[in-house]
Design a protein around this ligand. Structure first.
Ligand SMILES: Cc1cc2nc3c(=O)[nH]c(=O)nc-3n(C[C@H](O)[C@H](O)[C@H](O)COP(=O)(O)O)c2cc1C
Ligand SMILES: [Mn+2]
Length: 474
């Protein structure tokens, strides 16, 4: 059976019993879905949520699915520490997709066309209090480059305008926007499809940094460990994932720009917006009992889904410059940071590694922290400890003025004033060298209890204080 959202849900349910929670009371798509995730997050609980009854829709909705590194490690079949290496290696071994007949394509089980199309019947949430409306936040938009014929895929936010129309917001040099501009220059509509709900390897393949236009289907195959099955779209010449939960087909209109936003974005503020092109949906196909997949843009899930692919690419480039690299982490709690651990052989290793990382992800990275290989970069406390103990700002801080921007989604890339008019600006990058000096300099040893003795501690024998002890001491 081909891998899809459902095979992953089963894998997760088996590996992490209780990791998927069912909400079978009716919720409103307006804040009702995000309210559950927010209430759980306040308790430090990031369970996946399956909403069975969303007001106004017959479909269910899954949210909060990919909220932890463990859930990524599950489908990559590796340890958390090894995610960047394994992810990078899988991207280096892309697997070409295969095409199946319509009869085999589960996404064609239900077809909605013409006047029956109504986006309000999909459980598309309004996420945060000031959002301008419902947003499709985890749809993978597929578009063909008219010059080369190559198919490109990526996730772009879609503000729902009415029953058939939605916006599309492209950042900077993302291929989706570059391809759309080619159609627009010719005054032609751009045929597109949007896939909603699939295996995490497909979702993350589509947001991986693949060189050149196209290649995301192949990257998805590499991550899934099998060829992605595609099927011919009904209304245009695109090939779309045959086992997505839902496919929207339509076109980006060349001459119907529309205001969009506000929208709570991954840096946790309302960012982006302005006038964007309109997509008109002309057909919907979906599986029986389709599960709509949502990723709350301002939540941990977005940061895991967006950050892990970057860690994979950064691992590959840094490793080629500094072979003694141990691992890297673009942490889910601050995706503008990147933590790199390495076995320092010479002092120059630090800056070589940091610049390689910055150049792999120039859009979002601002702060590179380099630590020694005794520091676990997946543990923010350890990284903070290394900064506190091995970093001297005067000597070990390198500021790179005007590194990011201008504008975009980083709040620091804007100048704010009391009139409320924002002007795009550049903001700086920084390299924080929190490593010990390179050999032969001798630095104090880290204080630890001998490992062999830690392992001898008889933990199962521990018990609470009994009456005898209470009488004795309390
Ligand atoms: C949940 C999620 C939402 C995203 N939203 C947007 C978006 O609104 N606009 C955008 O340009 N990129 C967005 N991205 C990033 C792109 O999908 C990503 O950089 C992708 O690799 C771009 O592919 P492309 O260069 O082929 O267009 C998002 C990523 C994730 C994980
Ligand atoms: Mn691309």
């Amino acid at each position: 059976m081909a891998k899809d959202l459902r095979t992953y849900l089963k894998q997760l349910n088996d590996a992490e019993p209780g990791g998927i929670k069912l909400v079978d009371t009716e919720v409103s798509p307006r804040f009702g879905i995000t309210a559950y995730a927010a209430a759980l997050a306040e308790k430090g609980d990031y369970s996946a949520l399956l909403f069975d009854k969303v007001e106004g829709s017959e479909l269910s909705c899954v949210s909060n699915l990919l909220t932890s590194y463990e859930r990524i490690a599950l489908y990559l079949d590796c340890e958390v520490q090894d995610i960047p290496r394994v992810y990078g290696e899988r991207l280096q071994k892309p697997i070409p997709p295969v095409t199946v007949e319509r009869e085999q394509a589960t996404v064609k089980e239900v077809v909605i066309e013409g006047g029956d199309i109504d986006l309000a019947k999909l459980p598309i949430p309004v996420h945060n209090s000031l959002d301008g409306g419902p947003y499709l936040s985890a749809g993978v938009m597929i578009i063909r480059d008219p010059d080369t014929g190559l198919i490109n895929a990526g996730i772009y936010r879609h503000h729902i305008f009415n029953a058939t129309d939605m916006g599309v917001w492209f950042l900077g040099a993302h291929h989706g926007g570059l391809i759309y501009q080619k159609y627009r220059k010719q005054g032609k509509p751009a045929p597109i499809a949007i896939a909603i709900g699939h295996h995490p390897g497909f979702v993350m393949g589509s947001v991986s940094r693949v060189q050149g236009i196209g290649g995301e289907y192949e990257a998805a195959g590499g991550l899934m460990g099998e060829a992605l099955e595609l099927v011919q779209a009904d209304t245009n010449d695109l090939l779309v994932p045959a086992h997505a939960e839902i496919i929207l087909e339509g076109e980006i209109l060349p001459d119907a720009d529309h205001p969009e936003g506000p929208f709570g974005e991954w840096p946790g503020h309302y960012l982006g917006g302005g006038s964007v092109p309109t997509i008109r949906i002309t057909r919907i196909t979906h599986r029986t009992n389709a599960i709509f997949q949502d990723i709350v843009a301002s939540s941990r899930e977005h940061l895991v889904v967006g950050g892990v692919p970057r860690s994979g690419s950064i691992y590959q480039t840094v490793k080629s410059v500094v072979p003694s690299l141990k691992t890297v982490n673009v942490p889910f709690y601050s995706r503008m940071n990147c933590y790199i651990s390495l076995h320092k052989e010479r002092d120059a290793d630090v800056k070589k590694a940091a610049f390689a990382a910055l150049n792999t992800e120039p859009e979002n990275l601002r702060h590179i922290v380099v630590v020694d290989d005794d520091i676990d970069v997946f543990n923010g406390e350890e990284v903070a400890w290394a900064i506190g103990t091995r970093f001297d700002a005067e000597r070990d801080l390198l500021v790179i003025p005007k590194w990011n921007g201008p504008g975009g989604l980083l709040p620091t890339n804007w100048e704010y004033n009391k009139e409320g008019k924002n002007t795009p600006r550049m903001s700086s990058g920084a390299i924080i060298d929190a490593t010990k000096p390179a050999p032969p300099v001798v630095f104090p040893e880290r204080a630890v209890v001998p490992r062999s003795h830690v392992e001898m501690a008889d933990l199962p024998a521990l018990r609470d204080l009994g009456d005898a002890e209470k009488d004795k001491w309390l």
